[in-house]
Design a protein around this ligand. Structure first.
Ligand code: CTP
Length: 409
């Protein structure tokens, strides 16, 4: 039997990038032979094994035929007769369909190296359509390698469009989609992920709420870029430039969804979009079963981002409500992430990327002041239960008033 490195390991080595995990394909072996050598099978009907010592993945060369709709609808055919070329042709992109042996001899029947040099993401064959998740994968690779100058081949974008229109994307599980979405958002240019999905019509299917933002105007005075979709892309780009965590990036993507619901006659104003957007944010959160911290932050940022921008003008009582809503006493980190999302929103506007955002420190200071109110003296005064809560609130309001006065003095 012969063993080859395949996929990302070959691609990234040729690009001069660090290789993290290595996938291998085994040609000319049977399941029984693999088991006899101590390899551990990964799944019951999946011809993939883990190396007994290194734990790395070894897959039997296989061909795949689609037997139905969705991810369950695969039958695998693995046998010692399946050749390397047959295995490679069923893969997603030419740059992912190269193999190399121990001596780094390259097998590249579908011209992956040529496409690497030309910076093109191109599908290998019509077998691309067998897994609709590949629409998201290509968009993710486009986001990851945008900085190197990669773009999606027109014929691949066309195939992605056909897949998006066919209804196949709806069959993807929330878990598989979220894995791609979350990885893509963490890339250096996450906005490219959204752009590519939009270009092939997948955004309309996956997140119609985000797609609807394109073409919706905002007041030029605050938003020189005008278009809400373009603004969203810029906010995401800022979040990546500032190395924000996934929670913040997710919140950035969804913060303005309410603007997609504004009746045209009210454009370019979007009164109460913070509230109208909440049900949309909830729907997107649930559609992809986003992790709880992402869901929570997206909803809070959606509801309160304009409070963040107006922080310095907020009454002490409104400031207190904001801090209470975030439970800054027990969840200080979440409030930091809210501040970060607001700042990215402020900077994700044409020509305003470098602006300062004094609201950030002001909000931090307010949180510190409110957190500084000690419980012990109130307990000693005999407060308990709901009365204790009320007393705490009164004390916090007092310190916030003082904080506000000192800041504006
Ligand atoms: N592959 C595919 N279609 C998929 C998933 C994977 O064709 N839906 C193939 C590709 O050849 C890919 C390889 O399996 O290169 C390994 O997949 P994976 O580990 O998911 O991705 P990598 O290409 O290694 O990329 P990453 O760096 O994102 O892990």
């Amino acid at each position: 039997m012969q063993v080859y490195k395949v996929g990302g390991a070959v691609r990234d080595r040729l690009l001069g990038l660090p290789v993290t995990d290595i996938d291998r394909v085994v040609v000319g072996a049977t399941t029984e032979e693999m088991l006899a050598q101590g390899f551990r099978p990964v799944g019951a009907d999946f011809p993939v094994f883990l190396h007994p010592k290194t734990g790395e993945e070894y897959a039997l060369a296989r061909t795949e035929r689609k037997s139905g709709r969705g991810y369950g609808g695969f039958t695998f055919y693995a046998s010692p007769e399946v050749t390397l070329e047959e295995d490679l042709i069923r893969r997603d992109l030419t740059i992912n369909a190269m193999a190399e042996d121990d001596q780094q001899n390259l097998t590249d029947p579908y011209h992956g190296q040529r496409d690497l040099e030309a910076r093109i993401l191109r599908h290998v064959s019509p077998a691309f359509a067998e897994d609709p998740l590949r629409v998201l994968r290509v968009a993710r690779f486009a986001a990851r390698y945008a900085g190197l100058g990669f773009t999606v081949a027109p014929e691949t974008l066309e195939l992605m469009r056909e897949l998006s229109e066919s209804g196949e994307l709806q069959a993807l599980t929330a878990e598989r989609s979220w894995k791609e979405i979350s990885r893509a958002l963490l890339e250096d240019q996450p906005q490219v992920f959204i752009e590519v999905l939009r270009d092939c019509g997948a955004l309309k299917v996956l997140m119609p709420e985000v797609d609807a933002l394109f073409g919706v105007p905002q007041p030029e005075a605050h938003h020189p870029e005008i278009d809400t979709g373009l603004h969203t892309l810029s906010v995401l780009q800022q979040a990546a430039l500032h190395k924000q965590p996934l929670t913040v990036r997710w919140a950035c993507l969804l913060h303005d969804l309410g603007k997609g619901l504004t009746p045209q006659e009210e454009w370019p104003r979007h009164i109460a979009h913070e509230h109208t957007g909440l049900k949309l944010i909830k729907a997107v959160n649930e559609r992809f079963k986003a992790p709880k911290d992402c869901q929570e932050l997206a909803l809070l940022v959606g509801q309160y981002h304009t409070h963040g921008h107006r922080a310095l003008e907020l009454k002490a009582s409104t400031l207190l409500e904001l801090l209470q809503s975030f439970d800054v006493y027990r969840r200080p980190q979440r409030f930091e992430e809210f501040i970060a999302a607001c700042e990215m929103d402020a900077r994700g506007r044409k020509g305003l990327e470098q602006r300062s955002y004094p609201q950030a420190d002001y909000l931090r200071g307010a949180a510190t002041a409110a957190r500084g109110v000690a419980v012990q003296p109130l307990l000693e005064q005999g407060f308990k239960g709901p009365a204790l809560g009320e007393a705490l609130k009164r004390e916090r309001l007092k310190v916030l008033k003082a904080y506000k006065d000192a800041a504006s003095a």
